[in-house]
Design a protein around this ligand. Structure first.
Ligand SMILES: O=P(O)(O)OC[C@H]1O[C@](O)(CO)[C@@H](O)[C@@H]1O
Length: 536
């Protein structure tokens, strides 16, 4: 039995020695004949990927090219102007970072920039956050911070952490569309913070955005230190190796050329035409087998390396925004997707692994193993005679993998030699391509995200309604009105969103809305409450 299993392991293992990379899918229960059955489809997906890399229009909705592969191999770009753009932008990123480090570019009053705040969300934050956490060290040239939401308390927390160093902080505002509200709000929060110190945002800021976008215009009008392009042929969730990720990484002092080289090397390996020798194809096939090609199982991502804790969050967007689609490419309703979650092993062993082993079998796990325990020169302290903490980490990985197998729970293991910029670039490239291939296996468009717009529009409607609520209250100053009365005065037929707005405003007394509860106040009385506007 165990010999059979070892044979199967050997048979299925994909090893890329030049990359120090292994992919083990032997703990996926492929049905008999699975690879033969899928052969034509995966070859077709590989063919389409080749066309995509050669410049085919892969985003039928938007008629756009999809070319994140050219970011690390500009010579492959289908047009000379794209190649020139990529090469020039990399040089500009590196030169800008060098100038900042050398204090040739310096803040308004401080002698040099010591920190950076990346303001962005989704694909304009997750990659930079992943790289900062995965590769940061005490040798970093600048300390990175992030605004990745429109949470005022989140802004406060970051600004508190920066403290007196704000004058020595570079704001990197990242938005492909240049119109994302969370990002705009973060930028305005920073603007206000600089102004409180008598400083200007423009003298401390750079933008990464699409040419001609709202942000691009704002940056030009406000004298930003520099603007870097974001091209329409790079999707947000595959933008880590464009200026979006490279600029923050270069400023932090990370080796961006090594990140690019790792991605380029993985791209080479994952262009292999033979599916079984192509790690991205094998990964996509393993997902297909595990999920029935219909998202029946979730992907649990467990890197046994603290530095990769954000990898599952990064993959969450890459996988779920790419694959989570209502319709397939033929317009058929399919409700596709694969749910992704996870943090890190062994930590998660003490959180939800109980359910993975004993509970509902609705997932497959991806273990990520890093062979090198820590940086050369660090001591391998023993925690027991002849045993190190790293031995335990490794033991827990194998142990959990086996414990899951014993219960028939499927898993994949990705192994890398050591954690570094090259490996990170390679991991990103591997998953980018596996997602693209899988999308074709299930016939969905991986390169659009129509579903995101609905929530954004509805949010804007709430903001507009809030304005009408304020108007209704201020039209009759001092008058106490019920939720229903306010809704009516605001021209809103549904009192519920008005109730939500008022409840929140009341919890923030600075906004001037006061709630009066009828006496005696009891359960349910909240719906008889009245609201009025007071001067604050
Ligand atoms: O870079 P932008 O345009 O601000 O967009 C941020 C994120 O928002 C999304 O469009 C979805 O809301 C993502 O696809 C994207 O990464």
């Amino acid at each position: 039995m165990s010999l059979d299993r070892f044979d199967r392991f050997r048979d299925l293992l994909v090893h890329a020695p030049a990359l120090g990379f292994w992919l083990d899918v032997s703990r996926i229960r492929f049905a008999d004949g699975f690879f033969a059955q899928m052969d034509a489809r995966i070859r077709d997906a590989l063919r389409r990927m080749t066309e995509l890399e050669a410049g085919a229009t892969a985003n039928p909705d938007e008629g756009r090219l999809v070319g994140h592969y050219w970011l690390r191999a500009p010579a492959l770009a289908p047009k000379p102007e794209i190649r020139a753009d990529v090469e020039r932008t990399l040089e500009r990123v590196l030169a800008f970072a060098a100038d900042v480090h050398a204090a040739h570019i310096r803040p308004e009053r401080s002698p040099r920039f010591r920190r950076l705040v990346v303001v962005g969300i989704g694909g304009s934050a997750l990659g930079p956050q992943l790289a900062a956490a995965a590769l940061g060290s005490p040798a970093d040239r600048m300390i990175p911070h992030f605004f990745d939401n429109t949470d005022p308390d989140g802004f406060d927390r970051v600004l508190d952490a920066i403290g007196d160093d704000l004058g020595a902080t570079l704001a990197v505002i990242v938005s492909k569309s240049g119109g994302t509200k969370e990002t705009r709000n973060g930028m305005l929060a920073l603007d206000a913070a600089y102004r409180r110190l008598g400083l200007t945002l423009g003298a401390h800021a750079v933008a990464v955005t699409g040419e001609g976008s709202e942000l691009d215009k704002y940056a030009a009008a406000n004298g930003f230190l520099a603007r870097f392009p974001m091209w329409d042929w790079v999707g947000g969730r595959t933008s880590e190796l464009s200026a979006v990720g490279l600029l923050p990484a270069a400023l932090q002092g990370l080796d961006v050329r090594a990140m690019l080289a790792g991605a380029a090397a993985m791209d080479e390996v994952t262009r292999a035409p033979e599916p079984r020798q192509n790690p991205a194809a094998v990964l996509a096939l393993a997902w297909y087998s595990a999920t029935g090609g219909a998202g029946k199982k979730d992907m649990v991502v467990l890197p046994y390396k603290d530095r990769l804790e954000l990898f599952s969050r990064y993959l969450q967007q890459l996988v779920m925004e790419s694959l989570g689609k209502q319709h397939d490419l033929d317009g058929k309703e399919v409700f596709q997707g694969i749910a992704v979650y996870g943090n890190k092993g062994s930590t998660d062993q003490h959180a939800y692994v109980q359910q993975l082993r004993d509970g509902v079998d609705n997932f497959f796990t991806t273990f990520i193993e890093v062979l090198r325990d820590h940086a050369p020169g660090r001591r391998h302290e023993e925690v027991e005679p002849g045993v190190t903490a790293g031995d335990y980490l490794s033991g827990f990985l194998q142990g959990t993998r086996q414990a899951l197998t014993d219960r028939g729970r499927e898993s994949i293991t990705v192994t890398i030699e050591e954690m570094g910029p090259r490996a990170l670039g390679a991991l990103i490239a591997l998953y980018e391509r596996a997602v693209g291939l899988y999308a074709w296996l299930v016939n969905v468009n991986a390169y659009h995200q129509p579903g995101v717009e609905a929530g954004k529009k509805a949010a804007q409607a709430v903001i507009t309604l809030q304005g009408r609520v304020f108007q209704a209250l201020s039209a009759q100053p001092g008058r106490a009105m019920t939720v229903q009365e306010i809704a009516k005065a605001a021209g809103e037929s549904d009192p519920e969103p008005v109730f939500w707005i008022l409840r929140r405003l009341v919890a923030n007394p600075e906004r001037g809305v006061v709630r009066d509860l009828p006496e005696p106040s009891e359960d349910g009385a909240i719906f008889d409450a009245t609201y009025r506007l007071v001067k604050v």
